[in-house]
Design a protein around this ligand. Structure first.
Ligand code: VG1
Ligand code: CO
Length: 540
């Protein structure tokens, strides 16, 4: 029986950089998820189509998934493919959408935000190409939520998600699958598994931190069962609804244990971690944390060593705040480097059109045309395959890279949970000051260019404006933008970068190399006055 439930619309169901994201308690309000999904199903006609559903296992996922399955039945979806235990990493979901020719995917995740009753909950909506829906669609969904005052849901028992199986509900087939095997099989088409297994047999040591998030089962199947890594090399590999109280954001701040073990105490040759939904990665070597922007550049420069990319790269792309290290690699390879606003949807469009092969963001997301999302384990496998070929320490690979291309010192400063109005005012004040900045002296640097980043998608012709203010001062760059994934107040992100060309000193600490740029960044935008903060809450 299909029920039509009346409820009052929620007016705050805005989609940000990556889907709907809210404090868990907020998302658990009566009918909140159901009304949102009603708007989604009204915008994306799913009748008779296939739908992929899964999440990162965080608190409230199980309940929300049952609601979504029952609503899928009510909306006459033909086939729902759902991950066992309600689990699917974001890249695995992307792969599944493509493999099963699904019309859409629903990924229940607030990604790198903390989980649990006091953490965050989120819903990402993906399109038939496997990537995040374009802005035109997310805007339409948001508009529709504002007037959606009822939803349709099947009156049926919960579906057992703890084991694989097929359930017929009305005209809908609900198929529970173990998504891990399919995902590992996809990686097998790209990487030289034998060579990586050889590397592990040669005494090379690795530590992988799944942060009690979704990649645990994937990492166990891949690294331990398939490539022979000892079980003790995996940390926090059991997905937990509250991520064990950890914050599943793989940066040096939140993955401090891994960084201490590998980088500081040199207890392993290689360390890696991924985030809540498995799309981000952190790469660590003995004595150093690889900055995500450098990791992207090294991956692109060495991709020819990996079987799946031996044929070369069609092009590459980075988000605007990501360092320009990738541009230098692209120039040396003779391919174009596209610069997009923050968020994977812009890459999905370029990947779909075949304009790029590899892309990434400073926030530790890296990926390729094998799916339409960033992919944490893929990035780790790229590094492992490159290390298996080059047989050099991570630090030497970086040193060689900087010698060949120069080094872009890089840091991101996050001012989290600041007053939203004050953060807006900071950005608006900065925008008003923009015309006066060029030519001004900033310390020993001269401002050479200032702009508020705008982007015209070369594929679908859409335009995105006000995507972040960038100030270029000689060989340095400062970018300011507000986060679109936070759920409390506003988060100001300030990105700092300074280029040290070939032959310059490449072995300074980033904080020291960027001290002058940081001081300029704080002063030009009056960060302390607007935010009331003397310094950032997180540096990555
Ligand atoms: C952040 C990152 C961005 C990333 C997005 C989603 O967005 O900066 O690069 O694409 O999170 O990542 P923002 O708007 O807060 O800066 V995930 O792993 O949360 O899907
Ligand atoms: Co994520």
């Amino acid at each position: 029986m299909i029920l039509s439930v009346d409820a009052r619309p929620y007016l705050d169901q805005t989609l940000g950089t990556s889907g709907l994201r809210k404090p868990t308690g907020h998302a658990m309000q009566p009918h909140y998820v159901a009304l949102f999904m009603q708007a989604v199903f009204a915008e994306i006609d799913v009748a008779g189509a296939t739908l992929v559903v899964g999440g990162d296992g965080r608190f409230f996922n199980d309940e929300a998934i049952q609601t979504i399955l029952k609503m899928a039945v009510a909306h006459k979806v033909g086939h729902v493919v759902v991950g066992r235990g309600g689990l699917l990493s974001t890249p695995a979901a992307s792969a599944l959408i493509r493999a099963r020719r699904a019309k859409a995917g629903i990924i229940l995740s607030a990604s790198h935000n903390p989980g649990g009753p006091d953490g965050d909950f989120g819903i990402k909506i993906n399109a038939a190409h496997g990537g995040p829906i374009p802005i035109a669609v997310s805007d339409a969904i948001h508009r529709r939520t504002r007037t959606t005052a009822h939803y349709a849901i099947a009156d049926m028992p919960d579906i057992a998600l703890d084991r694989d199986g097929r359930h017929q509900a009305g005209g809908c087939l609900i198929e529970v699958i173990d998504g891990v095997a399919d995902y590992v099989a996809l990686l097998e088409t790209l990487f030289d598994f034998e060579r990586i297994a050889d590397l592990f047999r040669s005494g090379f040591t690795m530590r992988f931190d799944a942060m009690h998030a979704v990649t645990g089962p994937y990492a166990t199947a891949l690294f331990q069962h398939r490539l022979g890594l000892p079980a003790a090399s995996l940390m926090n590999q059991v997905p937990l609804p509250d991520f064990g109280g950890l914050h599943p954001d793989p940066n040096p701040h939140h993955a401090a244990g891994l960084v201490d073990f590998v980088a500081a105490r040199a207890q392993a040759d290689f360390g890696a971690a991924s985030d809540g939904d498995g799309d981000r990665n952190l790469i660590v070597g003995r004595g150093l944390v690889v900055s995500p922007s450098d990791s992207l550049a090294v991956i692109a420069a060495n991709a020819h060593l990996v079987p799946g990319y031996r044929g070369g790269l069609a092009g590459v792309a980075r988000s605007m705040p990501t360092s320009r290290a990738l541009d230098r690699v692209a120039a040396s390879l003779g391919v174009s480097c596209h610069v997009t606003p923050t968020g994977w949807k812009f890459f999905a469009s370029l990947l779909e059109a075949g304009l790029i092969t590899i892309c990434g963001e400073e926030s530790a997301g890296t990926g390729s045309n094998h799916v339409r999302e960033k992919d944490g384990l893929w990035a780790v496998m790229m590094w492992l395959n490159i290390l298996a070929e080059r047989r050099q320490p991570v630090s030497e690979i970086l040193r060689d890279h900087w010698q060949a291309h120069g080094r872009d010192y890089y840091q991101r400063l996050d001012f989290e949970e600041v007053d939203a109005a004050a953060a807006e005012e900071l950005m608006e004040t900065l925008r008003r000051r923009m015309p006066r900045l060029p030519g001004e002296l900033a310390g020993r640097l001269t401002v050479t260019d200032v702009n508020d980043f705008a982007y015209d998608d070369p594929v679908d012709g859409s335009t995105a404006t006000k995507q972040g203010v960038q100030i270029i001062a000689d060989e340095a760059r400062i970018v300011y933008r507000l986060s679109g994934t936070g759920t409390r107040g506003a988060t100001l992100r300030v990105y700092l970068e300074r280029f040290a060309p070939r032959g310059a000193d490449h072995h300074r600490q980033p904080a020291e190399a960027l001290a002058e740029v940081q001081a300029i960044a704080m002063q030009v935008a009056d960060v302390t006055r607007f935010t009331g903060r003397a310094g950032p809450s997180v540096i990555s």
